[in-house]
Structures are given as C-alpha cells and as structure tokens.
Design a protein around this ligand. Structure first.
Ligand code: ARG
Ligand code: ZN
Length: 876
C-alpha cells in the first residue's frame, strides 16, 4: 500500500493518552500459521486526558476474531474495526475490561516486527510500534501496564517458552501435545518492551546475587548445539550487572534475566524487560568463528541492553521524540563500561571513529536531524547515529561540565525521581540542575538543532609577557541562521618542545576545561616559557569539528609528548589527513610523508610494544570516508582511494624493517590458548596492522605473508585479517583463499557473513558483478537481515569507490536490492538506503547518477513508508 504523503507526527502536538491500560493479560497460543492471541485489557479514562473521548486502539495488519466488553460480546454498532485501528466511539466513562482476540501468521511475517518465526523459533520485536501487530493496543510509550502472559505451544516444537518478568506456572495441557507457561512482570511497562519466545533452544546459565541480596538466574538461550558459544555473552551479562551496581548504584529487579539469540533480526538487540532478544551475531562467539571485534561488540551490546533495564525500562520515554533519553544515555553507559573493561584511550578513539564515520556525515547531509527530532513520518528511521552516538556525546559533555561527582549525584536523582514513569529530556536535565544549582537551559540547545558545530581556533604567544592566548569562534553549519551558540566544553592543555607545560595556568580553566558558550571567546594562559603547542579538545571533549592551522611539526610534537592519548592519536590522524588531501590538490607531499614516517618510526620504537592496541590505531590512517567527510564537497572517491593508497605504500616502505620486527615480536607462541581479552586483542591488532602496511608497500610479499597467515591461523581474528589484506591484492592466491574459506565455514552463516563482506568491499571494477553473483549464492538470503547487511550493506556503506562508481552501476545494484527488499522487509530496506545520505557531496557526474537512482526509488509504486521517507528526505 502506498502512503502518498506519510502523516507527520510532531513533538509540539503531544498530548497525554485519553485512556490508560493498567493491566494486560495475554493468552498466546502459538502456531506456525494460526497463532491466536487473546488480550484482556483493564482500561480506564486517563484523568489527564480528554473526558468522554473515543477509545482508539492501534493495530497494524491485524485480524479481529472476537471482542467483548466486561465479558459481554460487543454489538457491531458499538465499535469500528480495521487492520490499523479498533475504535470504540463511546467507551464507558469508568474502568472496564476489553477482551480482544486476534489471529496471526508468524511464518508470513517477513517484516520481523511483531510476532514472527526465525529458524523455527517464535520471537517478537515490538519497538517502536510492533506490539500493534500482535493485538490492538494503546501502542505508545507513555501507557504503562502490568503484564501477565500465558504462552502455549506444541511441546516438541517449542520446549522453551519465555516471557517478561518471572515465571509463575507451567505445565502440560492434558490430552494434547501442547504445554504452556505463565509469566508475570510486576514492573509496569510500555508495550514496546513486551516480548515472548518459543522454540527449541539450548541454554547456558549462571547464578548472580545482586547487591540487594536478590538471587537471579542468568541465562543465555541459543540454537541447539551452540551452548558453549554463549559463554562469553553470559559472562558479559554478569559483568554488566556488577558494573551497574558499582558505578551507577543500579541493581537488577527480577528473579531471572534471559537473553535469547535469534538469527533473523532487524537490528542489534532489544531490551525487553527481563527477556532481551538479540541478533545472534551479538551473542555467539568462539575463537574459531568470532574476531576480537566481535567479542568487543558482544560485550558492549550485552551491556547496552542490560543497562536499559534502568535507562529505558524503569524510566522510559514519554514519546518517541525522547528516544535519545534512553538511547543516548544508554550508549554513554555502555561506552563507560567498555572503557572500564578495556583501555579507556583505545575505546575513546573507537567511539570517535564511529561518530565521525557515521554521525558527522549524517549531520552534514539531507538526513540530518536534531538529537531530539521535532517531527517524523516513520519513527523506525530515527534509530540513527545522531540519536544514539551524538546523544551519548551530550551526556558525556554534561559530565565534563559539571564533574564526575555531580554527574553521579544527578544520575541518582534522575533515577529516583523518575522511576516508574515515562520521562522527557527536560526531566533528565532538571535532575542535574537540582543537584548543581546550575541553569542548563543553554546546554539543552544541543538537543534542538542539527549540524556539527565548527570551532575555529588561533593561538597567539606573547614573548614579552610569557602569555599565550587562544581565540575561539564557533559556528553552526546546518543549524539555521538564527541558531544560538552551544555550550562547548573544551578540555585542553599546553605542550612544549620537551613535554607538557605544567606551569602554565589560566584562571579561566576549571579542572582543565574551558567552557566556550559564546560565539567568540578567548582564553589566556600565564607562565608560558616559550611558544607552546595547544592540545585542544582532549578526549574529544565535544562533538565538533576543529579548524586550527598547525604545522605538521607541531602536531608531531603532540604525538610525542601529549599526555592525552586521544590527542596523540588525533595528531597523527591530522598529519596523515593533511598529507592525503594535499596530494589530492596536487601539492608535493613526499617530504612531509617522510617526516611523518620518521615520527611514526620513533613512536613505534617508543610505545608499540607497551601499548599495541593504541599503536595499531595510530597506524590505521584516516579512512576514505573520513577524508571524504573532511573534504566535504565535489568528492571523487577514486582520487581519495589513490591518495590513501599512495601514502600507505610510502609509509609501509619507510617502516618496513620495523613492521617486520613487530610482526615477529608479537607472534603468538605456538600452542598458546586463545584469549579475547583486550591486551591479547591489542597484540593481534598491531600485528595485523603491520601486515596491512607491509602489503601496501610490497604486494607480492604481502600476499605471501597474508596467504600463510590465512592458512595457519588458529583464530578468526588472524584468519580474517589475513584474508582482508589478501582481498586487496588481485590474483589467484586471493581467489583460492576465498574459496577455501567458504568451504571451511560452509555451515557457519555468521562466518560466511564475513566472507560476503570482504568480497563486497573489494575496491575493484569487478566487484559489482561479484556481489551480484554472490546474491545467488546458496548461503545468501534476502530474508535474513544479516546476510543483506553483510553483502549489500558492506558494498553500499563500506566500498566508496565501487558503490559510487561514476557509471552508476553501484547505485543501480543498491537500488535494485532496496526495491526488492522493500516488499518484504521495509525497515532493513530503509536502512540500506542511508548509503545515499551523502550523495550531494559527490562530484557532478556521480551526483547526477545518485540522484537519478533516488528518483527511481521514489517513483516506484507501492513503496513502504520507511523507504519513501528516506528517499523523500534524501532528495528534499
Ligand atoms: N532499543 C533497541 C536498542 O538500541 C533498538 C531498537 C531498534 N528498533 C527499531 N525499530 N529500529 O537497544
Ligand atoms: Zn538501546
């Protein structure tokens, strides 16, 4: 069905629901094609709503079977029903019970929203608006209900039956092959947190005792035969629970905490109360099948979903405009958790790389929106890098501004004052205002307008006075002409030729932070013995772009002497980026490249073996998309690719002896057991970064080393790293290694996803044809979101030269996939479309090709609202 102009929902139109639903009793009789759902809803007029208003329950594709009010069948004249709504024009003006029976076909549910079957397992996904695909309901986050759920299924087909909350009863149904279980969740929750699971699953469990003394059983459920692969996720659950107690004082509040891995899932995972449901990619791990990056992602996402129990579930969102209230805050919390589990500097660099790769381009393109959007046509299109990652940066800036102690106190206040409610961003900020006595209304501007602020900085040294002045000027591209300044915490320090200038001070600094809250401001340091190099935005203290003219030599001073790990890394990135953009403009950069290589060499000698994870990040030059984002207009991805390849080759040549020595020094002793811990992962990362640069300089030697590594690797990290290096080197060894890999992992879909992705990212002319061929591979399936993302998503989002081919062949491939997928799974189709988000920044020929692809999509009849929304906004 084509929705011509999708209705727009606006924040300013919010009003409370006219009715509330206090209790929900669900009876779900599972069947592959004919599931019956009976919902008994205890409804009453909302005192805060309009008296006498009609009751309008949301539905989506629903089939009503029976309807009763207080136990009596309702006369046809008393209600109106459609697949999308059930209306009682004149509901009782008192509490009443509505009993609704609907029938569903979970097998036919290819949208993977609501109740569906994945590999024979029944599961649900209700956020943002999937519950209305199960029964008619007030499907909005500010209607909180206590749920009791009875789940029934054929015992052999679904021996495991799981619901929200605690299990209160289970048993066989006499005289049938069916059984049931009944779950009760005492915590009132919005419908988007409802979940159930039924299937044949193996499990791994562990006991946990909370700081309040509650005994909790933790369990991770996975496909039969894969229980050992759940061990890492299970341990991550326990570590997350402990950490949230220690760092935020938050304890778990049910007797069981269940995690279920399913293989068909639209996103990463979902925080349903007491029953988190995961994309199996973020649960299953073994050394043979998972990389270090997979382990880190599992740890982070397990933590993220668990942390939602407080930031999202106990305190939920009043409306979907407040999505960042739970998502930005919870990303911040999971980032802090990972930083405590791993290396803080290394993790921070990873966070910023993600932000710059995904959020900065989004914020600079047609899909830009405020962290708290003001309107939407399709809410599922707003689970974005802006809401999540920029949302997390806002929380981080708040902590930087008020300090750690006040931040923790404010969080405690937020949790206790809003527990059990559906809150807004204002409630969040108010808790910190109350705690600090500070007015945060200026700070709140970060939520209101799109665009990445720019801060121009210039430094002025006064030899006679021994002072150093920094002049700051902020602008807000994309935020509108009337946009007020934002409050920008600038953490900074000064570095001299020999190290930090600790004697230099400024009364304008508090704990090393300068607050830039005006369009222009200056900061003066005293006691500065010689012209310093400023280390600005330490730890990336604000999500802004910084413009400061600085010599490579000064930046290399920072690489050497800065006490801030993030800025040491950033210094090397800036030098590399300048060399590459300089080469693109035709400047001679050889001398600069050699000086950079010398500095990198000294850095490696100094620190590579003491902090390999950090050194690996220094060696990873800015990506092609980083450079595109920096250049910002008239982008030619082929030219960027060549400039980057040339610099990598030059560095690889200059550092060759050191890179080989590092590979030897970091080799894992034969027979050493695999450990996914951060230190071991860091050694593998540096070793593989060295391999990659060696291959960039010397493809023949690189191919030999990479091929040998693929053949002899004892874990997926090394095997895949070898294969990724080899993938950039055309020829028979590459094809043979790819074929052997496919054979070895023929029965491991998650590993084949890596194989699809590697091939989709090959920066060569033949890749479009290769991807088309792989779409016909028996292991590929358009019905599985992980397969689509691995093959077509990697192509469209991570292969800049081939997706953006000047002849439009890359856009055509993506377009065809989007249109085919839109018929079955609009959410995943819409997500794939975001690959077009930076089309306006391309050079004219590619821009024209992208535009016509977008127009072709938008002109297609029968488009989903999800895809129509993205296509429309991309062109708008
Ligand atoms: N709340 C989930 C999480 O971030 C994600 C749900 C995404 N839902 C969606 N419709 N896109 O943990
Ligand atoms: Zn989340």
């Amino acid at each position: 069905m084509r929705t011509e102009t999708p209705p727009t929902v606006r924040l300013e139109d919010y009003r409370p629901s006219d009715h509330l639903i206090d209790r929900v009793e669900l009876d779900v009789r599972l069947d592959p094609h004919d599931t019956r759902v009976t919902a008994r809803l205890a409804i009453r007029p909302n005192p805060a709503g309009r008296a006498g208003a009609a009751l309008v329950l949301d539905g989506d594709d629903l089939r009503l079977v029976a309807l009763a009010l207080d136990g009596e069948p309702l006369a046809p004249a008393a209600f109106r029903v459609a697949p999308s709504a059930l209306t009682l024009p004149e509901p009782p003006q008192r509490p009443f019970t509505l009993t609704i029976e609907t029938r569903l076909d979970p097998t036919a549910n290819t949208k993977l929203m609501g109740l569906y079957r994945s590999n024979g397992v029944y599961c649900t996904q209700c956020e943002a608006d999937g519950f209305r695909r199960i029964t008619y309901f007030l499907d909005r986050p500010d209607v909180l209900s206590v749920y009791t759920t009875r789940i029934e299924a054929e015992a052999a087909q679904a021996p495991v039956l799981l619901g929200n909350g605690n299990i209160i009863e289970s048993g066989r149904i006499e005289g049938t092959d069916r059984h049931f279980s009944i779950w009760h969740d005492p915590h009132p929750k919005p419908a988007y947190l409802f979940a159930l699971v039924g299937g044949r699953l193996d499990r791994m469990t562990a006991p946990f005792t909370t700081m309040e003394g509650r005994a909790v059983e933790l369990a991770v459920y996975v496909e039969p035969g894969k229980a050992e692969r759940a061990a890492y996720a299970l341990d991550a659950v326990a570590r997350s629970m402990k950490w949230d107690e220690e760092v935020f004082g938050r304890a778990y509040d049910l007797d069981v905490f269940n995690v279920v891995a399913v293989s068909d899932f639209n996103m990463g995972a979902m925080e349903n109360k007491g029953l988190n449901i995961f994309n199996d990619k973020y649960v299953l791990a073994s050394p043979e099948t998972a990389t270090d990056a997979d382990y880190a992602a599992i740890e982070a996402i397990i933590a993220h979903e668990y942390f939602h129990n407080w930031s999202g579930n106990r305190i939920t969102c009043r409306d979907w405009f407040q999505l960042c209230l739970k998502e930005g805050l919870t990303v911040f919390r999971d980032q802090e958790f990972s930083s405590d589990m791993r290396s803080r500097d290394v993790h921070r660099i990873g966070e910023v790389r993600t932000l710059r790769a995904r959020q900065f381009p989004e914020d600079a393109g047609p899909l830009a929106h405020p962290v708290r959007p003001k309107l939407y046509a399709e809410i599922n299109n707003f689970y974005t890098a802006t809401v999540y990652e920029k949302g997390a940066e806002i929380v981080r800036m708040l902590r930087t501004l008020i300090g750690e102690r006040a931040f923790r106190a404010g969080m405690d206040r937020y949790f206790s004052e809003n527990d059990g409610t559906a809150a807004t961003v204002e409630h969040f900020l108010k808790a910190f205002e109350a705690e600090t006595g500070r007015d945060l209304s200026d700070f709140a501007e970060w939520y209101e307008r799109p665009g990445t602020p720019r801060v121009a900085v210039s430094g002025h040294y006064d030899e006679a006075r021994k002072t150093y002045r920094l002049d700051f000027r902020q602008t807000r591209p994309g935020a509108g002409a009337d946009a007020p300044p934002v409050v920008i915490p600038v953490r900074l320090g000064l570095i001299g030729a020999e190290g930090p200038l600790d004697g230099a001070t400024s009364p304008q600094l508090e704990d090393g932070v300068f607050v830039l809250d005006a369009p222009e401001a200056s900061l003066t340091f005293e006691n500065v013995p010689a012209a310093p190099v400023p280390s600005l935005f330490r730890g990336f203290s604000a999500p802004v772009r910084v413009d400061m003219a600085m010599d490579d030599a000064d930046r290399l001073t920072l690489l050497r002497h800065d006490t801030d790990g993030f800025n040491r890394w950033e210094a090397a990135q800036r030098v590399a980026a300048r060399l590459m953009t300089g080469a693109l403009r035709g400047e001679a950069t050889e001398a600069g490249a050699d000086a950079f290589a010398a500095a990198l060499g000294a850095f490696l000698d100094d620190r590579a073996l003491s902090d390999p994870a950090f050194a690996a990040l220094v060696l990873a030059l800015p990506s092609e998309s980083d450079l595109a984002d920096e250049i910002g207009a008239e982008i030619d991805p082929d030219a960027i690719f060549s400039a980057r390849r040339a610099l990598r080759a030059r560095l690889g040549t200059a550092l060759s002896a050191r890179l080989h020595a590092l590979r030897d020094a970091l080799a894992e002793p034969a027979g050493a057991p695999f450990s996914p811990d951060a230190a071991s992962a860091g050694r593998r990362a540096l070793r593989n970064a060295a391999l990659d640069l060696i291959a960039a300089a010397d493809p023949i030697q690189g191919a030999a080393l990479a091929g040998a590594q693929v053949a002899s690797a004892t874990n997926m990290t090394d095997r895949l790293a070898g294969l990724s290096t080899l993938a950039l080197l055309p020829g028979e060894p590459r094809e043979a290694a790819l074929a052997a890999f496919a054979e070895r992992y023929a029965h491991e879909p998650l590993v084949l996803d890596k194989w699809f992705a590697i091939q989709a990212m090959i920066p060569e002319d033949g890749t479009v044809e290769r991807v088309r061929g792989l779409q016909a591979h028996p292991a590929f399936a358009m019905t599985n979101p992980n397969r689509v993302r691995s093959l077509v998503g990697s192509f469209a989002l991570a292969n800049p030269t081939q997706f953006n081919r000047a002849d439009g062949a890359g856009f055509a491939l993506a377009t065809e996939t989007v249109l085919a997928l839109d018929r079955t799974n609009p959410q995943v189709a819409a997500r794939l479309m975001t690959a077009f988000g930076s089309w306006r920044r391309l050079e004219p020929q590619r821009r024209a090709a992208a535009e016509s692809a977008l127009r072709r999509i938008l002109a297609t009849p029968g488009l989903s609202r999800d895809v129509a929304d993205i296509a429309g906004r991309s062109l708008g």
